[in-house]
Design a protein around this ligand. Structure first.
Ligand code: NAD
Length: 357
């Protein structure tokens, strides 16, 4: 593909330590066999890769290594690598081509497609970035399955969920029903099709609104509240998927209070989160701190915050009509749901002392 469709001769592979150790040699051999000249740049794994410091270092390294306008950057890793590498590609000489070879489930179903690329700031998640679409996205599901099954601790699996559907039914149904275990227990041979349907779903939205003017907003379900939680922990301790799951749970409670969603539908969402081990708080979440971060995001965006609230499985309503007491109440409500449905040590409580009434 790189040679035939992109007419690439030089590739600059951006990867992170863990993925490099596990699969680097194999990819290197494959590029060599295709006659590509290759240079490799390695960054730390996880959210540490998504910093301005790493971003600047990678740009300088690429320049030193001879990256040029016709070169292609190959991002080989999870969502952290594709977010960083996409932004690097957007900035190098004002924009060169890049390819994502996505290795984690989140990257395969979500992060590697859509062209939103960014690094994190102290003040907010993904604050510095660009829209720059990849020329190709490659997703080998066996790699994601490996990541989920054995090579990651259980918790990576939870933060990296996207479902493990094997039946041809629409989106959420494939996650929420059926007898298949969550992907954390999946084996490479059992989940070869896991990443294609959500990716197709996302591409449908993106093709209608590639620069997120409006239509694409439903994709932010769970993120309005999830991102501030990640920022509060400075992108450590709580993983992206875990934070978005809390955001989805709290958004569902908001929708319940607003009578936008029926109880049985909300219960299905909570059951789905529970089924994938995503119901709960992994660290105490200080509601006041989340509100503080939301205010910063609101100020930076210069407009209202859009809350994406589920109205039933597969449907959302977007509103900016959520005030502080309503959010605090939703955190309380979600904590009650967690206590009722998942009374286990990993599912910690919010810090009630910090609650805003
Ligand atoms: N741009 C977007 O549209 C978009 C969408 C969703 C998420 N994201 C971003 O993606 C990131 C989360 O993605 P992620 O969960 O892939 O994070 P990640 O890249 O940090 O990967 C999670 C962990 O999995 C490991 N890993 C990845 N592939 C592996 C494999 N095949 N085998 C073994 N280990 C493997 C990594 O080393 C890392 O420790 C967040 O920064 C989030 O903001 C971006």
């Amino acid at each position: 593909l790189l040679r035939d469709e992109l007419q690439a001769d030089d590739v600059f592979v951006l990867t992170e330590r863990r993925v490099h150790k596990l699969y680097g040699a194999e990819l290197e051999q494959s590029f060599a066999a295709a006659g590509l000249r290759q240079q490799w740049v390695t960054v730390p794994e996880g959210e540490r890769a998504k910093s301005l410091v790493t971003f600047a270092r990678v740009l300088d390294q690429l320049a030193d290594l001879g990256c040029a306008r016709r070169s292609v950057i190959v991002n080989f890793g999870g969502g952290a690598v594709s977010d960083l590498g996409g932004f690097v590609a957007a900035s190098f000489m004002r924009g060169i081509r890049y390819v994502n070879l996505a290795t984690s489930l989140i990257a395969q179903v979500d992060a590697a497609v859509g062209g939103k690329v960014a690094v994190n700031a102290r003040l907010a998640k993904n604050l510095y970035g660009a829209f720059h679409h990849p020329s190709h996205v490659g997703a080998d599901p066996t790699l994601a399955a490996h990541a989920l099954r054995a090579r990651l601790p259980q918790r990576h699996g939870r933060g990296d969920q996207g479902g493990d559907p094997r039946r041809q039914r629409p989106s959420w149904q494939r996650c929420s029903s059926g007898s298949t275990p969550p992907p954390a227990a999946a084996t490479p041979t059992r989940s070869p099709r896991s990443s294609s349907w959500p990716r197709g779903l996302k591409m449908d939205w993106i093709s209608r609104d590639p620069y997120e003017r409006d239509l694409r907003r439903p994709l932010n379900l769970g993120h309005t509240i999830g991102h501030p939680i990640e920022t509060e922990y400075q992108y450590k301790k709580i993983r992206h998927g875990e934070a978005v799951a809390i955001g989805l749970g709290v958004a569902t409670c908001l929708a319940l209070r607003k009578r936008l969603i029926a109880e049985d539908q909300a219960d299905r969402i909570f059951a789905l989160l529970r089924r994938y081990g995503l119901l709960g708080f992994w660290e105490p979440v200080r509601a006041q701190a989340v509100f503080g971060h939301l205010q910063i995001v609101r100020r930076i965006r210069g407009n209202n915050l859009h809350f994406v609230l589920p109205t039933k499985m597969g449907a959302v309503q977007i509103t900016d009509d959520v005030d502080r007491p309503a959010l605090a109440q939703a955190f309380d409500d979600y904590e009650e749901v967690v206590t009722r449905l998942a009374p286990r040590p990993a599912a910690r409580r919010t810090t009630t002392a910090d609650r805003l009434a």
